[in-house]
Design a binder for this molecule. Structure first.
Ligand SMILES: [Zn+2]
Length: 107
């Protein structure tokens, strides 16, 4: 631990919650990616994740990593759709843990 300023961040998981159309990119309900230590993205071995689904989530992730004021819509609404209209794939962003990171290590 350092004595410098620290930032509280959540680790996140993006999970495929439901697929209402046909899965163009071969993902299944329950497929997920994890975002830990602010910037480390991991995909379970042997799995893949749709690039476009990922791109749809990306803008929300930095906000979701931070504790938000109560009432902020992102604090409650955590669903993102893959942009492919045939797919209607809905992902859920979950917080999986909270960690304190020295601010200087943040990118
Ligand atoms: Zn997709």
């Amino acid at each position: 631990m350092t004595d410098g300023p620290v930032t509280d961040l959540y680790d996140l998981r993006v999970v495929v919650e439901r697929i209402e159309g046909r899965s163009v990119c071969g993902m299944h309900v329950g497929d997920h990616i994890d975002l830990t230590e602010s910037n480390r993205l991991s995909i379970p071995e042997g799995k893949h994740f749709c690039l476009y689904a990922l791109a749809a989530c990306l803008p929300l992730l930095p906000a979701k990593q931070r504790p938000l004021p109560p009432g902020d819509w992102l604090e409650t609404d955590s669903h993102v759709a893959c942009p492919d209209p045939d797919e209607r794939l809905i992902m859920r962003i979950e917080r999986t843990g909270r960690r304190t990171i020295p601010t200087e290590e943040l990118t």
